[in-house]
Design a protein around this ligand. Structure first.
Ligand code: ATP
Ligand code: MG
Length: 372
């Protein structure tokens, strides 16, 4: 049995110590941080990194993989995880605002942008060991795939790790799903960020904090945005107001990307990139319960079953929906609230459904879009 006697050399948290072994660090995250301090690597972030031991371990076991994509929902922590994992040993290409992926990669690698850019890049990287991180790829997934296939074929020393809400679908791609934080880590993150927003704050009952984080789907972005509100709302009241989270959670870090300024913007970034039919299905399924089967979705969407299945699978691929081991589809609560908001907008405020057990049929708007 392990006793809680030691303390982590990095963060001071109690560590498990058995008779035979003394744990110097409380987690893989702290072990990695200690390593970086030893080799004097620059820090990757100014605020603390929490949890993710299992994911870091999984990534460590995949170092032979040449094309890895971290996939997960908006604000779940894909970018933060990969930055913590690679430290400064990779070239990071931020693609959220990029339109030309090849040029963005050449610029990040410090290569001259000479036409044809792809061949120039292949020649430059062919004889080197390079670790390239392509961050926030979902809106340029096709461009990434078109670049990466010839690049990986032509440059045997190249390894690519991508983060995306959607797989890139390049041959050889290995997908690592990034789930929400565990409830324990989610509470830890909330306490950490809330305490930074108001030093000395008493947050109170742990059960209330756990309920708050669970309703925020244990999504780091939502938790960080909610923690901003502790200066104006007791946690219990914040919990009671979470149906209005899309209005309330809107003060991101000033230096964060536009889509991380609010929860609505973060989910909207995915919604705006859906086809019209995908948007239709997304709005319809958001009326009902958190989990549902295909039959319920077909009834709600007023479309043939095969078509609904194709559209649901696109939403799963784009991390707006999950398919559970129990064979049901599930939406995060924040994502569902976003869908309801878009539905309310479509019907000027008259949202059917509420917490109803069954979805109601929503006819499509007057101008159904072409299928993508
Ligand atoms: N494990 C963690 N510990 C501390 N903070 C975290 C953790 N994971 C994520 N965060 C914070 O949560 C916010 C969102 O994380 P991140 O940008 O990594 O999400 P993402 O999955 O890449 O989102 P997107 O799909 O929009 O690109 C950031 O401010 C990040 O620093
Ligand atoms: Mg990201």
């Amino acid at each position: 049995m392990a006793d809680q006697v030691g303390t982590c050399a990095i963060c001071g948290t109690a560590t498990a110590t058995s008779r035979r072994r003394h744990a110097r660090y409380c987690s893989n995250a702290c072990r990695q941080r200690a390593y970086r301090q030893r080799v004097n690597e620059p820090v990757m972030a100014l605020d603390s990194f929490i949890g993710r031991d299992a994911e870091l371990l999984r990534l460590t076991g995949l170092t032979d993989t040449r094309m890895l994509t971290l996939v997960g929902a908006a604000g779940v922590g894909k970018t933060r995880l990969i930055k913590e994992f690679v430290g400064s040993r990779a070239t990071l290409v931020e693609l959220a605002s990029a339109t030309d992926v090849t040029r963005a990669c050449a610029a990040a690698l410090g290569e001259p942008i000479r036409e044809p850019v792809l061949s120039t890049l292949v020649r430059a990287l062919a004889g080197r060991e390079t670790l390239l991180v392509l961050d926030n790829c979902e809106h340029v997934a096709a461009e990434c795939a078109a670049l990466l296939e010839p690049l990986l074929l032509g440059c045997p020393g190249l390894t690519v790790i991508a983060t995306s809400r959607e797989p890139l679908r390049v041959p050889g791609e290995v997908l690592v799903a990034v789930p929400p934080l565990s409830i324990t880590n989610a509470v830890e993150l909330f306490i950490d960020r809330a305490s930074a927003n108001q030093v000395g704050l008493r947050l109170g009952d742990r059960d209330v904090l756990a309920a708050l984080c669970a309703r925020l789907d244990c999504l780091p972005l939502a938790i960080e945005l909610a923690a901003r509100l502790v200066t104006v709302l007791p946690v219990k009241e914040l919990l009671a107001r979470l149906d209005d989270r899309l209005e309330l959670l809107n003060r991101g870090n000033r230096t964060a990307a536009e889509r991380h300024q609010s929860l609505r913007a973060a989910i909207g970034w995915s919604y705006d990139h859906l086809s019209a039919d995908e948007q239709h299905v997304f709005r319809c399924i958001s009326q009902g319960p958190r989990g549902f089967g295909l039959d319920v979705a077909v009834q709600a969407c007023d479309l043939p079953s095969d078509r609904v299945l194709v559209l649901l699978s696109a939403l799963v691929a784009k991390s707006l929906l999950t398919f559970t081991a129990a064979g049901r589809f599930e939406q995060l609560e924040s994502v569902r609230l976003y869908g309801r908001e878009r539905l309310a907008e479509q019907f000027a405020g008259d949202v059917p459904g509420g917490a109803a057990a069954n979805l109601k049929v929503v006819r499509r708007g007057p101008a159904p879009a072409a299928n993508h």
